[in-house]
Ligand binder design. Structure first.
Ligand SMILES: [Zn+2]
Length: 297
């Protein structure tokens, strides 16, 4: 099944507020949030956490897949609003989210969305701030949230170098950020190898070995049953196909990465209505993908 709306996924696991952005609540003995959307969603998340936990102050942890503005965006705001709330991420993500350059980039990418969604936060200070990570997660470790909610941390670099995935064996559920491709409105899968093509493929192969019944995709959709089971293989196929396409276009453009970015943007994004990502982050990411293939990273 392909789920396209927020709410209860299974008992104890909820997609918060806006399915387009990742924020998954697990109401375990240690209530925890997985990823934290874009800044403007902060007050909506508080409302939803209150709805599912009774009191938002019961939330103890935020686990972050990677340090992108649309995954870690509300973490500083939630920390300001919920005393004692802690954040866990990879070592590299922990380093990134305190760097002034990264903080400025996250602020700048969030701003367009904030402009469009002012009504959602009004006068509240939802701004992104340098974020202190309280716990560094290691590849292969298991984190037990109590009440049967334990998950395994899997290093899945390639989209970014700091990427982690979280796998809950008890319900065969996977939270993977953009380690898996993101389907557009036509359910065509767009691979997301921004940092390294070869690492991205290796990470996908790792995820393809997992026994999954639920995949909480980075954006827009939750997959269950057969849609989840076949997804990593399809994601891998689309990754290989996309890199072949980039290679072909690079040949035709005499190696000009800029020309290839423009061409793919025109073919896939401009006026097609298929891609839901805004133009600016789409172009930044596309340039990184073309570069990863061009430079054989
Ligand atoms: Zn990302």
């Amino acid at each position: 099944m392909i789920i396209q709306k927020p709410g209860r996924i299974v008992e104890g696991l909820y997609a918060l507020a806006d399915i387009d952005l990742p924020a998954w609540l697990v109401s375990a003995e240690t209530p925890s949030l997985f990823d934290a959307g874009i800044t403007f969603m902060g007050p909506s998340y508080i409302r939803e956490i209150r709805r599912y936990l009774g009191d938002e102050k019961r939330l103890r942890w935020i686990f972050i897949t990677h340090a992108h503005f649309d995954h870690a965006g509300t973490a500083p705001y939630l920390k300001r609003r919920i005393p004692g709330l802690k954040v866990a991420a990879s070592r590299m993500a922990a380093d990134i989210v305190k760097k002034p350059n990264a903080v400025n980039l996250i602020r700048s990418l969030s701003r367009d969305y904030e402009e469009q969604h002012k009504a959602l936060f009004g006068d509240e200070d939802i701004g992104f701030d340098a974020l202190e990570v309280d716990r560094v997660l290691e590849d292969g470790e298991t984190v037990d949230l109590g009440g049967g909610w334990a998950f395994r941390v899997i290093a899945t670099p390639g989209h970014t170098r700091d990427g982690l995935s979280f796998y809950f064996p008890s319900i065969k559920a996977l939270i993977c950020g953009e380690a898996a491709g993101v389907p557009d409105r036509n359910i065509r899968i767009h691979p997301e190898f921004l940092a390294s093509y070869s690492d991205y493929v290796a990470s996908l192969e790792k995820l393809a070995d997992l026994d999954v019944e639920i995949i909480l995709l980075s954006h827009f959709y939750i997959l269950t049953g057969p849609d989840a089971r076949g997804y990593m293989k399809k994601s891998l196929e689309s990754t290989v196909a996309f890199s072949n396409r980039i290679r072909r276009y690079l040949d035709e453009a005499g190696g000009s990465q800029e020309t290839v970015v423009r061409r793919i943007f025109e073919e896939d994004h401009q006026g097609t209505g298929a891609i839901q990502q805004a133009e600016r982050p789409y172009l930044i990411n596309l340039a990184a993908k073309v570069k990863a293939v061009a430079e054989n990273k």
